[in-house]
Design a protein around this ligand. Structure first.
Ligand code: NAD
Length: 497
């Protein structure tokens, strides 16, 4: 929650229902990637603040939230959804200032955040155990209870700050848990505004706590904390491995949503314009800073040249500009570091022998000079073993690969350490469904892309992580199952008689 003390707003931590400064008194700045100005100063939480937040979350869980009638849980989540909806334009604006995504994108993700809270508000009253058959002679009643885990720690990246915060928070709370969230250091603001939505909705103190800060300090402390029952992490694969190592100390439940390098396969029976539209959406959304980006575009050799011609024409026509302008389709990358990373990969691609047909650096327009803008880039003649085809660039860089047969493309598509998502463009329904079964990816989208829905499970295969978010199955990762057995017989099975 912000206070305007100097020329820029200041945000404190949110712990136990109140805004509080960091124990160390330290603060950091968050920068607008479109022009380099300071958006806000933010209290910098560390291990001591994580301790305070976990204590508040533990007390709320044990004394209040786990005892709360489930209908009350649902109603609170609905009130939070309403608060987000009431402030949607403001939240989208703030998210755009903080991370550079065009308002076209941030307004959409804010709307999705509302949907996430509404969905889980409904779920709060539907979490139930089962009656299980007994295999013993005689009569017994066996059933299961679904109990909350306790304190859930959420650690999220910068590329979709509000929707990531919603994914970590709403389901955990619906399942009776309390939450400590560590937003990304580059983009902490909308998570802190979400805390305000909770306060305005009448949430009990400690239900939702936000500790902005840096990964190796605040993030690592949360992952290792002995009184945290679960860590739900989204971020890079190597960070996820570190989080899992830290979380082992008290055998926390861990779910990991990690990086990706997703294949997007275009067969020769498609309407090329439609396939190009899906490919453009797949790779350039949020300037390519989406974990599921369709960054490896496999195109059948029969339509390769016409597809590439149209792809390049459309990439060049994308409207790059101030992300606050509702007409802007592509804003800046989130930071100078990200700009340098993408530039490095462009150089690597050229050295590897791929041919760059457009983009490759900052656009010329003088009004974009101060931002981390990067023109939509297309590489062709890419070989699947090249670094640019195997490593996550996380920028607006499309790699186009040619294929000749279904077996050929399947082998190449699966030949990668990641397995987050895959796209198939074809009008042959048998082929589409058969291929969907054989692709090693947590989500497969047919004749569409980025179709991530609140009601459908989402997560990775291989180095893209484990566990699932969204959909009813997520309850399994946010509750413990307790098995209860009752002997209903009139006799006792006295083996020591
Ligand atoms: P990152 O791994 O650098 O950081 C993610 C979060 O982890 C941040 O909050 C950071 O502060 C924290 N962190 C860093 N070091 C830590 C440590 N040692 N212990 C605990 N926490 C630590 O990722 P990023 O650069 O912010 O985000 C981009 C990455 O996220 C990409 O790889 C992208 O694919 C991935 N991502 C995955 C999904 C998914 O659902 N699979 C969604 C969005 C982004």
């Amino acid at each position: 929650m912000s206070t305007q003390t100097q020329s820029v707003p200041h945000y404190d931590l949110f712990i136990g229902g109140a805004s509080v400064p960091a124990s160390s008194g330290r603060t950091f700045e968050t920068i607008n990637p479109a022009d380099g100005t300071v958006v806000a100063t933010v209290a910098e939480g560390d291990a001591a603040d994580v301790d305070r937040a976990v204590a508040a979350a533990r007390a709320c869980h044990d004394d209040v939230w786990s005892q709360m009638p489930v209908g009350e849980r649902g109603r609170l989540l609905l009130r939070v959804a309403q608060r987000i909806q009431d402030r949607m334009a403001e939240l989208a604006h703030l998210e755009t200032l903080d991370m550079g995504g065009p308002t076209m994108w941030t307004a959409g993700t804010a709307m999705q955040a509302v949907e996430v809270f509404e969905y889980w508000a409904g779920m709060a009253t539907k979490i139930q155990g089962e009656v299980n058959p007994s295999m013993l002679p005689g009569e017994s009643l066996n059933y299961t209870l679904r109990e909350s885990l306790g304190v859930v720690g959420g650690i999220v990246p910068w590329n979709g700050p509000l929707i990531m915060a919603a994914w970590k928070t709403a389901p955990a709370i619906a399942c009776g848990n309390t939450v400590v969230l560590k937003p990304a250091e580059l983009t902490p603001l909308t998570a802190l505004e979400l805390a305000r939505c909770f306060a305005d909705a009448g949430a009990p103190p400690g239900l939702f706590n936000v500790v902005p800060g840096f990964g190796p300090t605040a993030g690592a402390a949360l992952a290792a904390h002995p009184d945290v029952d679960k860590i739900a992490f989204t971020g890079e694969t190597t960070t996820g491995q570190e989080v899992a190592r830290n979380a082992i100390t008290n055998l926390k439940v861990v779910t990991l949503e990690l990086g990706g390098k997703s294949p997007h396969i275009v067969f020769d029976d498609v309407d090329v314009d439609r396939a190009v539209a899906n490919a453009i959406f797949g790779i350039y959304t949020n300037c390519g800073q989406v974990c599921t980006s369709g960054s490896r575009i496999f195109v059948h050799e029969k339509i390769h040249d016409v597809f590439v011609e149209k792809l390049v024409a459309r990439a060049k026509a994308i409207r790059i500009g101030n992300p606050l302008d509702p007409m802007t389709q592509l804003g800046p990358l989130v930071s100078k570091e990200q700009f340098d990373r993408v530039s490095r990969y462009v150089k690597i691609g050229q050295e590897e022998g791929a041919r760059m047909l457009c983009g490759g650096g900052k656009p010329d327009a003088p009004e974009l000079a101060k931002g981390h803008y990067f023109s939509p880039t297309v590489f062709v003649d890419v070989d699947n073993r090249m670094k640019i085809a195997q490593e996550e660039i996380f920028g607006p860089v499309a790699c186009v690969l040619r294929f000749s047969s279904e077996e050929d493309v399947l082998a190449k598509a699966n030949d990668i350490v990641y397995g987050l998502a895959a796209g198939i463009q074809t009008n042959d329904i048998k082929r589409a469904h058969k291929l969907a079964r054989r692709l090693k990816a947590g989500s497969v989208w047919i004749n569409t892309y980025h179709r991530i829905e609140t009601s459908c499970p989402f997560g990775g295969y291989k180095m893209s992580g484990y566990g699932r978010e969204n959909g009813v199955g997520m309850v399994n990762y946010l509750t413990r199952t307790k098995s209860v057995a009752v002997d209903l017989n009139d006799y006792v099975m006295d083996l020591f008689a």
